[in-house]
Design a protein. Structure first.
Length: 228
């Protein structure tokens, strides 16, 4: 399993909006733990501690160890509410993990060797990451905090699909069970063609026509005079 991440929590006795507001005013965040065979438990966490944890990628995809006075429960973050404009967490939901049951969760993708690839070395090539995370299914012991996508061989015109990602042991992508049409593109490498600006050429042609018009007028008048 990935690195252990311990989050210290305390039991919370009072629920409700008023109690949660008072709790936040003391520098703590209300939260709840649910799932498994145990009843849901209201808890509280030091805001600074959980805020620092929330700045890390692993906080959203790794199994966390919630420690309540030494009693540790393994959980996944399932919901996080933020203040609309303050740097403040308002509430968190954690789900208990059963080590014998598969879990489904989104994990980030880490792209490697893009600059070293044939496409990365060529000028005028746009490499796009269509997906930056994917949903996987696995037992908790096999859960990776991220999945690496090696782009060392990426060339112009290539498309990397979900089915081409090398997955860790015991990990699968549920979406691929639904058929080939769900084998989404993850990375594309396309040559950027410069558009030729036709406007200046058209403007020059129009200018030449306008310049010729005054010259043509006297000539036409002279021909009329000759006929007379």
């Amino acid at each position: 399993m990935a690195t252990s991440h311990v989050i210290k929590v305390e039991r919370r006795d009072n629920d409700g909006r008023g109690a949660s507001r008072r709790l936040r005013n003391t520098g703590k965040v209300p939260a709840i733990v649910y799932g498994g065979e145990l009843a849901p438990v209201s808890i509280q966490i030091e805001h600074n501690d959980v805020w620092l944890a929330s700045q890390h990628e692993w906080f959203y995809s790794a199994i966390l160890d919630l420690s309540l006075n030494g009693d540790v429960q393994k959980v996944l973050l399932r919901d996080l509410q933020r203040h609309p404009f303050k740097q403040q967490l308002m509430h968190l939901d954690f789900q208990r993990v059963d080590e014998n049951k598969a879990i489904r969760i989104r994990v980030p993708l880490h792209f490697l060797n893009q600059e070293k690839s044939p496409a990365g070395k060529k000028a005028g090539v746009l490499i796009s990451h269509a997906l930056n995370d994917i949903e996987i299914s696995c037992l908790p012991k096999h859960l990776p905090e991220y999945i690496e996508v090696d782009l060392a061989n990426l060339d112009v015109g290539d498309i990397v699909h979900l089915s081409e990602i090398t997955l860790p042991e015991g990990v699968e992508i549920p979406e691929l069970r639904l058929g080939k049409e769900h084998d989404a593109a993850v990375v594309t490498a396309a040559e950027v063609k410069e558009e030729v600006e036709a406007a200046p050429v058209e403007a020059a042609a129009a200018g030449a026509t306008a310049a010729a018009a005054p010259a043509a007028a006297p000539a036409a008048a002279a021909k009329k005079d000759e006929k007379k």
